[in-house]
Design a protein around this ligand. Structure first.
Ligand SMILES: [Zn+2]
Length: 161
């Protein structure tokens, strides 16, 4: 009965419960981890390790002298529970919790879907990297050679006819 009660646990703050369940102790829904403090929404820019995600988001900081705001980028490492399993490029909501490791004081509580701007930027970056490589020249040369060979073959075939 205890397990049933725990699986129906809500963490408050109008956050939807994940569809999947897990047996993780450090999960705010299925474990004993409590969330409190600050909440941020950002994009997962890196999940190099299992149950780990780096979240990036923009914030504005006031500059008093000029009565204006400047854009600042923040990166926060967060714990990524199994039941949510946010992947790179997805928008997530993170909440503060007790320190889970040296750098992780936050946990991913909700996945808000894929961020298409981020994925588009990644694709563009990948394409530019491919273009920078000097491997394309020999490929085009070989293609030209192939074309020449084909033409020659066709000519020879024409002659035979
Ligand atoms: Zn869970």
């Amino acid at each position: 009965m205890k397990n049933n009660n725990e699986s129906k646990k809500t963490i408050g703050f109008n956050i939807n419960q994940p569809k999947e369940t897990c047996t993780d102790v450090k999960c705010p829904f299925h474990g004993s981890l409590k969330v409190r403090g600050k909440t941020f929404t950002g994009i997962v820019i890196k999940n190099a390790f299992h149950k780990d995600a780096t979240i990036e988001f923009l914030r504005s900081r006031k500059i008093g002298k000029y009565q204006r705001f400047e854009k600042r980028r923040s990166r926060i490492k967060a714990y990524n529970p199994e039941c949510i399993n946010a992947t790179k490029g997805s928008k997530v909501k993170i909440m503060e919790c007790r320190p889970l490791s040296k750098t992780k004081n936050f946990v991913v509580v909700e996945s808000l879907g894929k961020d298409y701007l981020f994925s588009a930027r990644e694709e563009a970056l990948a394409e530019s990297k491919v273009k920078d490589k000097p491997k394309e020249e020999p490929e085009s040369a070989t293609k030209e050679e192939e074309k020449k060979e084909k033409e020659e073959k066709e000519k020879s075939e024409d002659k035979k006819e």
